[in-house]
Design a protein around this ligand. Structure first.
Ligand code: PAF
Length: 277
């Protein structure tokens, strides 16, 4: 695997790939099996796979975990090599933002101020801005993102469509631990007791999905019950919401393409998860 720290280097490598089909998998590092599954899917869609590792300050709010976000570069490189990734673009902050970023992608409020955006104002603006930069730098034919960040995937799909980028966006299925917990770099923040409790989020969402599939149409009540089930076990739920898969707006009863999304704090760790109905 070739590792590039500068935009000039990765652009030269990209140019040398000529007419080959290129996939990019943007990450913030601290890779786990979910990321590696995206790398392997990327290989199925392309001749050359580029991974990126960049912890993007713009998408963290003051007081969030930007400083303590796990940085595990050597271990990440070993995993990427083993997964057959061809190129890694791992820029410094000075390379990506040599001066403060003045132009930003401003996703529409209807997409970015709801759900996670309500609790992390500005997050999707910072995320979309860096993703647009990474796509411009690597110029892929296809880009892959995990469905665990369902709202992120929706914002990226809409951005790519709105800016007419000739890039296919693929969402990879969430990879889970044996007990159901969705893999996430932030799981590493959990204490042993919290880790034992954490699969409850998946269990609660699974029960809600089963209820909807069984014909329960009282979405508001199902959401409230799910929040209460978390609260009673010491969680601080931010939202549990049944929405339309396509745009994450409110879902009319009987709608077929639904997803339930949730964010909840367990101790000082914020976990998110979702399940398509
Ligand atoms: O999902 C992530 O890891 C990040 O939000 C992304 C897409 C790499 C942008 O920084």
């Amino acid at each position: 695997m070739q590792v590039h720290a500068t935009i000039a280097e990765v652009r030269a490598a990209r140019k040398a790939m000529g007419v080959q089909r290129i996939a990019v998998v943007p990450t913030m590092g601290n890779l786990h099996a979910g990321h590696i599954s995206l790398m392997r899917q990327a290989r199925e869609h392309a001749d050359r796979v580029i991974a990126t590792i960049f912890v993007n300050r713009l998408q963290f709010r003051p007081g969030e975990d930007f400083e303590k976000y796990p940085r595990t570069f050597a271990a990440d490189c070993a995993q990427l090599e083993a997964a057959g990734v061809d190129h890694l673009f791992a820029p410094t902050e000075a390379e990506m933002y040599p001066q403060p970023q003045t132009y930003h992608v401003e996703p529409p409020a209807v997409q970015s101020n709801i759900l996670d955006g309500e609790f992390r104002p500005g997050h999707f603006r910072g995320m979309a801005t860096v993703v647009l930069k990474l796509l411009n730098i690597t110029q892929p034919h296809v880009a892959l993102f995990g469905k665990k960040d369902y709202q992120q995937l929706m914002v990226i799909r809409n951005m790519v469509a709105d800016f007419n980028l000739p890039i296919q966006i693929i969402g990879g299925e969430t990879v889970r631990a044996e007990d159901g917990l969705a893999l996430s770099s932030r799981n590493g923040y959990l204490s042993a007791a919290e880790r034992a409790e954490a699969p409850r989020l998946f269990q609660v969402l699974s029960r809600l999905v089963a209820a909807v599939r069984a014909g329960n149409l009282d979405y508001k009540q199902l959401e409230q019950e799910a929040m209460a089930q978390l609260q009673v076990h010491g969680w601080l739920p931010e939202y549990v919401a049944l929405r339309k898969k396509l745009d994450l707006q409110f879902a009319p009863a009987h709608d077929s393409g639904l997803v339930v999304l949730a964010a909840a704090r367990l101790g000082s760790t914020r976990l998110i998860d979702n399940l398509e109905v």
